[in-house]
Design a protein around this ligand. Structure first.
Ligand SMILES: [Zn+2]
Length: 321
């Protein structure tokens, strides 16, 4: 005897399994497609429908919050290089976007790379930090207005931070960053500077980042005494990149410029380093890319493109992006 109720139950169960199976496949395919989108588009697709929203929140999509592809036109920004985000209206729109994008990624975000041309303010940085507590690597933009309180609030949220790319945005608060690092006992292992590396910063490194393993101070002005202090004091340092840097020191009103290797070896013992990276026979990234003398890149409309490349590239792969 046929049990109609049993058959209907089996059909319903089969349909339900098929539905779940299709949903599962659909979800996986959506996530795969979303991996090809930049952060702007990835944030927007979540507004299409429930299933797209669910897929757009998949943890695998948000390990790296890469904001380098942000388009200035999306925020009605005046095209003034370096200070492009200075207007109030785009700044507010930027805050809204950062809040939304970082809330999608939430605790899954381990790397934040800000757009080189973003004009970063406290509200931007704090909005990001509050929503992304598990960040390990932070790449700062080149300009903005970050205060001592702003950087301290951010560091309080980013207790697991291990790696920072420090730019000229910190000119007025360079030491405050390290004080905040010390205050919240951050274990910083990797640092890259794209601004002048002076003696004060070297002393701050020795005091607040004793476990530093990798340091890049390539393509910048470097204070000789600061460099010697770091090399002599940080016992866990493994790799230091001074490729194309100008090593110099103040000498009673004048400057003395040092040839990196000849002079460094006189003052410090670099035998404990695994690698000291210098420009060797034009094989470094800057030489290979032919930008040794090109200060202005006429191929693009952005006059600071070569600086953006210096910010992005590095012979130490963990400090490149
Ligand atoms: Zn070179």
């Amino acid at each position: 005897m046929i049990d109609a109720g049993n058959i209907n139950m089996k059909r319903r169960s089969s349909n339900r399994n098929r539905k779940y199976s299709n949903d599962y496949l659909f979800y996986e395919i959506l996530v795969k497609i979303f991996t090809t989108l930049n952060v702007m588009d990835r944030s927007l697709v979540g507004m299409v429908c429930k299933s797209w929203n669910l897929a757009s929140r998949d943890p695998s999509l948000w390990k790296k919050l890469d904001l380098t592809t942000l388009c200035t036109r999306c925020f009605y920004v005046r095209l003034i290089p370096i200070n492009v985000w200075i207007d109030e209206y785009p700044s507010n729109k930027m805050t809204q976007f950062l809040k939304y994008a970082s809330s999608l990624g939430g605790g899954n975000v381990s790397t934040i790379i800000l757009n080189y041309y973003v004009y970063l303010r406290d509200e931007h940085l704090i909005s990001l930090a509050e929503r992304t507590p598990n960040v390990k690597r932070l790449v700062l933009p080149v300009s903005g207005n970050i205060t001592k309180n702003g950087i301290e609030s951010a560091m309080r949220s980013w207790r697991g931070l291990e790696s920072i790319t420090i730019t000229s945005i910190v000119n007025d608060i360079a030491i405050d960053i390290f004080v905040a690092i010390g205050k919240y006992s951050l274990n910083i292992l990797r640092l890259k500077f794209t601004c002048y590396f002076d003696l004060d910063q070297a002393e701050a490194l020795v005091k607040y980042t004793p476990n530093l393993k990798e340091l890049s101070i390539r393509n910048i002005l470097v204070n000789m005494r600061g460099l010697c202090l770091v090399l002599n004091s940080l016992k866990h340092l493994e790799v230091v990149n001074i490729c194309h840097s100008l090593i110099m020191d103040n000498l009673e009103g004048g400057f003395e410029i040092y040839d990196p290797i000849d002079h460094i070896l006189k003052y410090v013992d670099v035998s404990c380093l695994k690698k000291l990276i210098i420009c060797e026979k034009n094989s470094c990234l800057r030489c290979k890319n032919g930008r040794k003398k090109n200060v202005y890149d006429y191929r693009t409309s952005l006059p600071y493109r070569h600086l953006e490349d210096i910010w992005r590239e590095d012979e130490i792969s963990s400090l490149a992006h």
